[in-house]
Design a protein around this ligand. Sequence first.
Ligand SMILES: [Fe+2]
Ligand SMILES: [Fe+2]
Length: 475
Amino acid sequence: MSSIDYNEKIPNNVNLGEDRALKRALEHWQPNYLNWWKDMGPEGSQDFDVYLRTATSVDPQGWAQFGYVKMPDYRWGIFLNPAEQDRKIHFGDHKGEDAWQSVPGEYRANLRRIIVTQGDTEPASVEQQRHLGLTAPSGYDLRNLFQVNVEEGRHLWAMVYLLHKFFGRDGREEGEALLQRRSGEEDNPRILQAFNEKTPDWLAFYMFTYFTDRDGKFQLCALAESSFDPLARTTRFMLTEEAHHMFVGESGVSRVIQRTCDMMNELKTEDPAELRAAGIIDLPTIQRYINFHFSVTIDLFGSDQSSNAATFYSTGLKGRFEEGKRSDDHVLKNDSYPVLEVHDGKLVEKQVPMLNALNEVLRDDYIKDSMGGIKRWNKVIEKAGLDFRLAVPHKAFHRSIGALKDVNVSPDGVVLTDEQWQEHVDEWLPSQQDREFVNSLMGRVVEPGKFANWIAPPVIGIDRQPVDFEYVRFN
Ligand SMILES: [Fe+2]
Ligand SMILES: [Fe+2]
């Protein structure tokens, strides 16, 4: 009989060696996880040596160890940020009480649901991205894709750790189900819709890591406030990894824009057709991708009015973004917040109880944050001396959740009839033709230092390595 030494195999800072029941549960889950990785992880990549960052502890020296790793051998570990002494609950009805080190019985079902929903997004994005390695624009980008993928895998481990440690048999069952759902599969899809969409090309990948991983950041930030201390500590550490994912997205889109602007100047044209003939992605197409990914992602925050959101907050399960930095009473029972609805063919604001609008509050915080990258992308265009400017669409544009789901709204916030929508939709969202064009550019470039024609090289490499470093070795 083979026995696995998990102190060796699973780097951790949770005293795994001393918790036999937990060890056994994870021991049971690990081979299933590896089978899932083989089936649904990056296609055709099992043998590559990839220059990856691995976390071996949470301190500054330990969490970013670089070296060549075959991905199935990546050391997926379990890390919680250090405990804060005497941490108190700082919002909701339990404000001022000690943070929970175990799960209060009355909140068990809701906490489990929150953890499962977060956990489900992690393997989902790996599944969505599993074909992208075949068309990487460079070895540098290929490595970044794989880095994101292994860390999403680690985020799944983080959530499964909580399920196994604190939720007994139901937790173990949920841990298995997380390996069984599949992104986009009709019979057993992932829980949230944005995680069932395809990520068909690299422009979509950069948009996804910019916009949708940023949703991850905001969800994790809200959970990092949780009264359930192990959840707060594990999500805090996940956030350190998440930053790189958003960097991959922001710098990726920026490099596409850089290349497009360079070619617009070189060819002295703004005409999308001429640019496309030169194998370049035109700026209006980039804008349509932004519109799509932004709108699909802001749906992830849920209905604008939600009694669940109120319950999660009041019971202390999930806080607001940067809860600790806010100066209100952190109970919010007497506050209101504006949400949008359509009245007489126009979008109007309506004040509703703040507690019920907490999804909208988080969505608005997200929107503010996501506009930062757009500003920086516009700087690239401005520096190139061009007039085009990118923007995020109105938050009522192309929504599928909440009060705005059945109305047609243009990117600048005008309510439209079905006919008007149909007439313009291809100007606002990627059309079949756009997708086919972008897809036609996708070809594999992996020679160190070489980049596909439609994207500029990065300014610097990973881990201070040169841009032409051999980030992936194919065996
Ligand atoms: Fe993640
Ligand atoms: Fe991520």
